[in-house]
Design a protein around this ligand. Structure first.
Ligand code: ZN
Length: 179
């Protein structure tokens, strides 16, 4: 690759006191650190229903997801979750609690998902969304869920909902043996 600072060629090397290989500029010596990106999302709740969005873009075109997207600079996790929900479904949410995280090490993504209470009924499809719809737990379209991470949180939600609405914290790399 080429240096983002000066455009010269880089070399992938192991740096002393660092366990990872990094691309280092051969000219200006700039070290290109690459770290995972944070994605924020919400499970928007209205009464006993959950709002899902049908995606109008790839990947997952035509499939259902909850509102989510990349966190921006200057935001808290909650700010990002609220903004993405507003952009994708015109939602106004009261962020209730952090519901879980989901790590995808292979592609360097970490997802943080919040439970959000819908406080305005003006929700509608926004950018990246062709349709928004409220679902009962029994109506969740399991065969048309966009991503494994979405399925993970919807399955946890359905299980917690049926367990007296005991919405515990979940992680795809921890606590999976808890009864
Ligand atoms: Zn350089």
């Amino acid at each position: 690759m080429y240096c983002i600072k000066c455009g010269s060629k880089t070399k992938n090397v192991k740096i002393a006191e660092d366990n990872y290989r990094r691309n280092v500029c051969l000219k200006c010596k700039y070290i290109h650190y690459v770290n995972p990106k944070i994605i924020v999302g919400t499970l928007p709740i209205l009464g006993n229903k959950l709002l899902l969005c049908k995606r109008s873009i790839s990947p997952g075109h035509g499939k259902w997801t909850f509102p989510s997207g990349y966190m921006e600079m200057g935001e808290s996790l909650e700010d990002g979750a609220r903004r993405e929900s507003n952009e994708e479904a015109n939602l106004e949410l009261d962020i209730l609690k952090l519901y879980g995280n989901y790590s995808i090490p292979d592609i360097g993504q970490v997802l943080f998902v919040y439970l959000g209470l819908i406080i305005s009924k003006n929700f509608k499809a926004g950018s990246e969304t062709s349709e928004v719809k409220l679902f009962n737990i029994k109506e969740i379209p399991w065969v048309d869920i966009a991503f494994p991470s979405v399925k993970f949180f919807l399955e946890k939600y359905a299980k917690d909902y049926e367990n007296n609405k005991n919405f515990k914290y979940h992680s795809n790399f921890a606590g999976n043996n808890l009864k």
